[in-house]
Design a protein around this ligand. Structure first.
Ligand SMILES: Nc1ncnc2c1ncn2[C@@H]1O[C@H](COP(=O)(O)OP(=O)(O)OP(=O)(O)O)[C@@H](O)[C@H]1O
Ligand SMILES: [Mg+2]
Length: 211
C-alpha cells in the first residue's frame, strides 16, 4: 500500500508551513497512521517534538535532517499519510526533490498581493517538479486571513497570476494556531479554544483528500 503524501511548501519564509503541517498531520492522524517529516534544516518542528513527546500527540514526527527525501520514502512504508514541512528559501533544490516525490503540495500564502507575488518562485518549483512528477496536485491556501480580508481586486489578480487553484477554505488568523505551536500540541488538543481552527483544518483535509 502506498501512503498519501502531502508537502507544505513556500520558498518564502513565515507563511505558515510548519503551523499548517503539524495541524494537518494531527487531523490526518485521526484517519490513519501518520508521520510528519521535518525537512527544514532549521528544524522548527524538532523543538515542537521534544515538547510534544511529553504529551499525547498522534503523528510521529521524523527529522529529515541530512536526507529528507530518504526520510520521506522510509516514512511512506509504515504510514497511511505522510506530511512534509519543507524548508524556506535557500533550499529550493530540496523542495523540488521533495515535490518530485509527493502526491500533493499545499502552498500557504498570506493574504496580500506582495506576499502572493513573492510566492511565484514556489510555483516555478512546482512546474519543475512536474517534469518528473506530472501528477503532482498543487493548491494555494490563504493563511492568516482576517474576517474582512475579502479578496480585493489586487489580490484576485495576484492569485490568478500564480495559475494554481486555491483551497476553498481560507485559514483565519487565530490565537489557537499560535497557541498550538507554543503549547506543543495541535488545535485538536486545545478543546473549546481550538474548535473553530480545527474545523478549518478538517475542511482543508477533506478538500485535499478528494481525488
Ligand atoms: N493561521 C494562523 N493564525 C495565527 N498565527 C499563525 C497562523 N499561521 C501561522 N501563524 C504564526 O505565524 C508565524 C509563522 O508561521 P510558521 O512558523 O508556521 O511559518 P513557516 O512558513 O513554517 O516559517 P519558516 O519559513 O520560517 O519555516 C508563527 O509565529 C505562527 O504561530
Ligand atoms: Mg517552518
Amino acid at each position: 500500500m502506498t501512503a498519501r503524501t502531502l508537502a507544505l511548501a513556500n520558498l518564502k519564509g513565515g507563511c505558515g508551513k510548519s503551523t499548517l503541517a503539524l495541524n494537518l498531520a494531527a487531523g490526518l492522524a485521526r484517519r490513519g497512521r501518520t508521520a510528519l517529516v521535518d525537512a527544514d534544516p532549521q528544524g522548527a518542528l524538532r523543538h515542537w517534538t521534544d515538547w510534544a513527546s511529553q504529551q499525547e500527540v498522534l503523528p510521529r514526527v521524523l527529522s529529515g535532517e541530512g536526507d529528507p527525501v530518504a526520510c520521506l520514502i522510509d516514512a511512506e512504508r509504515e504510514h497511511d499519510f505522510v506530511v512534509v514541512d519543507c524548508p524556506p528559501s535557500l533550499d529550493m533544490h530540496i523542495t523540488v526533490k521533495l515535490l518530485e516525490h509527493v502526491e500533493s503540495v499545499l502552498i500557504p500564502v498570506l493574504p496580500s498581493p506582495l506576499d502572493l507575488w513573492a510566492s511565484a518562485g514556489t510555483v516555478d518549483a512546482v512546474r519543475k517538479a512536474r517534469d518528473v512528477n506530472p501528477g503532482l496536485r498543487a493548491w494555494l491556501v490563504l493563511n492568516q486571513t482576517e474576517p474582512k480580508s475579502a479578496l480585493s481586486r489586487a489580490m484576485a489578480v495576484a492569485v490568478a497570476s500564480l495559475e494554481l487553484p486555491v483551497i476553498d477554505t481560507p485559514v483565519r488568523r487565530r490565537a489557537a494556531f499560535r497557541l498550538s505551536v507554543v503549547e506543543g500540541m495541535s488545535v485538536y488538543q486545545l478543546g473549546a479554544r481550538g474548535v473553530a481552527a480545527m474545523q478549518e483544518i478538517e475542511q482543508v483535509i477533506e478538500e485535499i483528500m478528494q481525488r
